[in-house]
Design a protein around this ligand. Structure first.
Ligand SMILES: [Zn+2]
Ligand SMILES: [Zn+2]
Length: 348
């Protein structure tokens, strides 16, 4: 899948200073703002009702303004109404953001189904691009262990180990296969084509705006990888106008569905803001999925006294369990053989 560098330089944690904060900075801001804005909206509504009653008292009972003062009040009331609507909309947005942040921490602790090899049903080791291959025929990720096993059973190298379709013989036919799946609105293929445009692969000219267009389409169709790619392109200023808040929103959309690399990056973002405990919570989730770098960062935090021994122990055990569950004899053999797995003459 993606070969994008997982961590732009600005995401790398800087040195760790001071003790961990008791409450992450800004964690109480949203509830306080929601509460305050809600009170303000109620106050405004109360004032409006009171004035409205006063106005009724000045009218002839049919509701029409009787004087210049009544006209002035009509405009004043409009302004108050619009202000009240804006405050209510702001409150609703804040409440939705708060709900999403809670869901982000409570969900996405399991990797997505797309990270499971469709042949051996084990999660593919991380990083995925080093432990599996995806063919354009079915856009399924097949682990190196199953590719090796298929070759050892005598399957020819011109066939997909999963769907057994003939593989492309050259770059133009590979691109044609991908485009065929793109025409069928395959989210994985659309995302993949976007990456090809970004990296100038298969004879395509570099075209980041086109890549963003394709990733956006793939994300709308449910591709988690596309959200991750959009997060990277907006956060790193690589060919697109840098828009970190937008990029971080995409990583959140991916992380909430179990994208481990996006989760790891969110930990780095929080660390940069000084929210060490939230950073550890993100890294804890990705470490338990088998993300080694997240584990290492928690270890560094522990060494600097910014997290507890219990948290580090929990991350370590979770990481080890995840790695153990992803092992199989075939995968171990494939690891030993390295890239030779993909070439027939070295295996027989
Ligand atoms: Zn497999
Ligand atoms: Zn296939």
């Amino acid at each position: 899948m993606s070969s994008r560098s997982p961590n732009p330089s600005w995401l790398m944690p800087t040195s760790y200073f001071g003790a961990p904060e008791r409450a992450p900075r800004g964690s109480l801001l949203a509830p306080a703002l929601i509460h305050g804005a809600g009170l303000a909206a109620c106050l405004l509504a109360g004032v409006m009702v009171k004035r409205s009653r006063e106005r009724e008292a000045l009218t002839d009972g049919a509701g029409g303004p009787l004087s210049l003062g009544g006209l002035w009040w009509g405009r004043y009331e409009n302004v108050l109404t619009r202000l009240s609507q804006k405050i209510m909309s702001y409150v609703m947005n804040l409440a939705a953001d708060l709900k999403f942040e809670r869901a982000l921490m409570a969900s996405g602790h399991e990797r997505p189904d797309g990270d499971v090899c469709p042949i051996c049903y084990l999660y593919i080791g991380l990083p995925v691009e080093r432990n599996a291959r995806m063919n354009a025929c079915c856009t399924k990720l097949v682990c190196n262990g199953c590719i090796l096993a298929a070759r050892q059973r005598g399957m020819l190298f011109d066939r997909c180990p999963f769907c057994r379709a003939n593989l492309a013989v050259d770059e133009p036919s590979l691109l044609a296969m991908i485009r065929k799946r793109v025409d069928k609105r395959d989210a994985g293929a659309i995302c993949f084509l976007g990456s090809l445009y970004e990296k100038e692969k298969l004879g395509l000219a570099k075209d980041v705006p086109r890549a963003i267009e394709l990733w956006t389409e793939a994300a709308d169709l449910g591709s988690i990888d596309a959200h991750y790619q959009l997060g990277c392109v907006y956060c790193t200023n690589e060919g697109a106008k840098e828009d970190k808040p937008r990029g971080i929103r995409h990583w959140k959309q991916a992380a909430i569905k179990g994208h481990s690399l996006s989760r790891h990056n969110l930990g780095c973002v929080e660390h940069q803001k000084g929210n060490y405990q939230i950073a550890v919570q993100h890294w804890m989730i990705s470490a338990k999925m088998g993300h080694e770098r997240s584990l290492n960062f928690i270890k560094e935090m522990f060494k600097e006294g910014c997290t507890t021994k219990a948290q580090y122990a929990e991350a370590l055990l979770g990481y080890r369990d995840a790695v153990e569950e992803m092992k199989s004899p075939q995968r171990e053999e494939a690891k030993r053989l390295g890239r030779l797995v993909y070439f027939a003459n070295y295996l027989v």
